[in-house]
Design a protein around this ligand. Structure first.
Ligand code: FAD
Length: 430
């Protein structure tokens, strides 16, 4: 999906962005210790931490910082990894699963720590509710709470039965759930803009409207843009769902998919409390997850529905509305004032693809819908690795990330069929 390089006009985030500076495009030849490609959470965090380690760092962003998924997402802070601990233990063993849990905890604390340390004004609000949309999932939720409390010592999560849940979330569509006090939500774009300011203040040179058109690999890495080039000792590629074919090996392992969000008009306090009484973020057990929350100005921000083509639906409010009204019939016909879409990258195993392709070429991508916490962490880990500290980086880099079947040409139709199957299964009652 290639759009205009300006922020999406129809986005609630664009309409409520904090004042921020623009960064000039790269012109001429520049030498750096590290060049970061991509100005989302992963790239910005890498640039910030590298600059703090004392590296001369240049970040090249094709559009504006936060223009990608980082400025468009649901803003939900999910503790844990994208896969639950039971699944991770089964696939990578108990020790590695425990290390991954430790990283996820680091990620959650990194986000709140960055917001506090850099004074980022991004409506950070505590609490995440996860809802089971099928009775069959309720026991799994209860078991997960017990497992996290007993095995991992994580006591911020509690089980909610149907009655307790329906007091908090004013929808009839759920059978039980969990309340995680370690989760929360934030204004996605303002978090990205705050990270960009922090990175710039730390000394990183940021250039917007500077698309990298070629990466020349070697002892030094050279990155070319329309009006300049950067020659660097190290390169970090953090383009996630917008990578296209810049690095084919990475593109074959990180599939771009589109997801869509709408916000209503501002609601009265009474209307808002009737939807989410205590203002937590909410997400559910659908394969194509519904995720929603109240914004600081009392709109319902609702994410639902995705597609796997290179185009967004023409009528985005019309695309999201039936999903939102299915959960909240009381909102039938309500004014939708903003609707937009974004592209994220998923991996086959839904775990991030954080790796080193050459001794001086690092990649952080494939956050599979859980990048608000994990992408800033991945940026920090890559910065640590370049600085010679490999231990936390290797917890991710030792995960296996297979290529999607069908290569970059056929993976879209093949995956579209598979993903469609799973989303159809969401609608079955068992
Ligand atoms: C609609 C939507 C809702 C989501 N909701 C949530 C949520 O609630 N919670 C959660 O945890 N995660 C969510 N996610 C996922 C999360 O937003 C992403 O995982 C995260 O933002 C990824 O950050 P990133 O830095 O890797 O990529 P991005 O933010 O996408 O940044 C990549 C950047 O690279 C730039 N780029 C690409 N190619 C080049 C090039 N050749 N040269 C220079 N720059 C280039 C792009 O312009 C882009 O700005 C959502 C994603 C979407 C799309």
């Amino acid at each position: 999906m290639r759009e205009d390089s300006a922020y999406p006009e129809a986005s609630y985030y664009t309409a409520t962005a904090n004042p921020h500076e623009s960064f000039s495009p790269l012109k001429g030849e520049v030498k750096a210790d590290v060049c970061v490609i991509g100005g989302g959470y992963a790239g910005l965090s890498a640039a910030l931490h590298l600059a703090e380690h004392g590296y001369k760092t240049v970040l090249l962003e094709a559009n504006r910082v936060g223009w990608g998924a980082s400025g468009r997402n649901g803003g939900q802070i999910h503790p844990g990894q994208r896969r639950d601990q039971f699944a991770l233990e089964a696939s990578v063993g108990k020790d590695h699963a425990r290390a991954l849990w430790g990283l996820a905890e680091d990620a959650r604390k990194l986000v709140t720590g960055l917001i506090e340390r850099h004074g980022i004004d991004c409506d950070l609000t505590p609490g995440l509710i996860h809802c089971a949309h099928k009775q069959a999932y309720v026991d799994d939720y209860r078991a997960e709470v017990e497992h996290l409390r007993e095995t991992y010592g994580y006591d911020l999560i509690e089980f909610l039965d149907k009655d307790a849940l329906s007091e908090k979330v004013g929808s009839e569509g759920y059978f039980g759930g969990t309340l995680d006090h370690g989760g929360g939500h934030l204004h996605a774009l303002n978090f990205a803009l705050g990270l960009a300011k922090a990175a710039s203040d730390a000394g990183a040179g940021i250039h917007e409207n500077s698309r990298v058109t070629a990466i020349r690999r070697g002892k030094r890495v050279t990155l070319e843009t329309a009006e300049g080039s950067v020659s660097a000792d190290f390169c970090v590629v953090a383009c996630n769902g917008y990578l296209e074919n810049l690095l084919p090996k990475v593109a074959s392992r990180a599939l771009p998919i589109n997801n869509f969000i709408a916000t209503t008009r501002p609601l009265s306090e009474k209307e808002a409390r009737g939807l989410i009484r205590d203002r937590e973020a909410v997400s559910d057990s659908r394969f194509v997850v519904y995720y929603y929350r109240l914004t600081a100005d009392n709109r319902l921000l609702f994410g639902g529905g995705e597609n796997y083509s290179s185009r967004f639906p023409a009528d985005l409010p019309g695309f999201v509305r039936p999903h939102m009204e299915g959960i909240y019939p009381q909102l039938k016909g309500i004014e939708i004032e903003h609707a937009w879409g974004g592209t994220l990258a998923i991996t086959m195993k839904r775990m991030p693809y954080v790796t080193r392709l050459d001794p001086n070429l690092y990649v952080a991508t494939g956050f599979s819908g859980q990048g608000v916490t994990i992408a800033p962490l991945a940026g920090q880990l890559v910065a640590e690795a370049i600085n010679g500290q490999m231990s936390r980086f290797d917890v991710f880099s030792t995960l296996k990330t297979p290529a999607f079947p069908g290569g970059t040409a056929l993976r879209h139709p093949i995956m579209a069929m598979a993903l469609l199957w799973f989303s159809l299964r969401d609608r079955m009652p068992f």
